[in-house]
Write a protein that binds this ligand. Sequence first.
Ligand SMILES: [Cu+2]
Length: 306
Amino acid sequence: MRQVVGTPSRERRGRARRAIGLTAVAALLPVVLAGCSLDDAFYLGWPRTRPTDQSEQMFDLWVGSTIAALAVGVVVWGLIFWCVAAYKKKDSDTELPRQTHYNLPAELTFTALPFVLIGILFYYTVIVQDNVTELSEQPKACTEVTAFKWNWQFTYTDENCEALTGADGQPVTETGDSDYIPIIVVPNEDDVRFVGNAEDVIHSFWVPDLLFKRDLIPGGDAQTTQWEVDFNSEGTFVGRCAELCGAYHAFMNFEMRVVSPEDYETFVNARVEGATTPEALELIGQDPYATTTHPFNTDPASGEAS
Ligand SMILES: [Cu+2]
């Protein structure tokens, strides 16, 4: 026998209000406890600056997916709470209500709808992923990235990714050590390529603002990996190793400077002619040393490394 839903009692309304209040507090707690502003909460941990076209596309994909997931969530939560409220067992209920198992149209809908949603997400993911992994026929600039325990070496190259030779007859490189954060300078242009390798164990090139990381796997040419980005703004960004590679993995930082193409040209020419990185950076009006991170003392005796 189907029961007619009666007018909720005052007590029940009070309980509902308390439940809504508790839900609101629970939703706000993470924001308050994490010490974030409401503005930060809506960024969901993503960096504010996204200096490449690829990072903008990835951010848009994430925001779109989150909104779609929230919309599905609101519908599901709405249906759950509606059922709980509308079909709650009342004292006057003496029989089970009408049972509606095996409703074929409803079950077909619930099966087909997720496939449609997954299909839409898959479609946009593939488009963005293709753009992120795409390589141009001819990059506008190229740099070699070599990771080793526990630092980075960058080798400046021409547009064909052939190492540039300096005044001393050696490749023009930038190498970090325990006292020096290496700085990689790149032009604010489209199609800037990186050619990555690892010397010893697996490392991972990661610039959080680019929303991009790529594992660097030892194994010589067979494991060489390449990626490209289209920069859309200048700036200074911290870089890190994103693969747990050993004792000083966490200290394996570098800095990326995105400068105008003219400054990049001036910088690279100065390096080829024998200037050090700090000297060449000062020549283009940049800070000579890293500003986003600093060297860590890796001497265990100092106590700072732990
Ligand atoms: Cu590493």
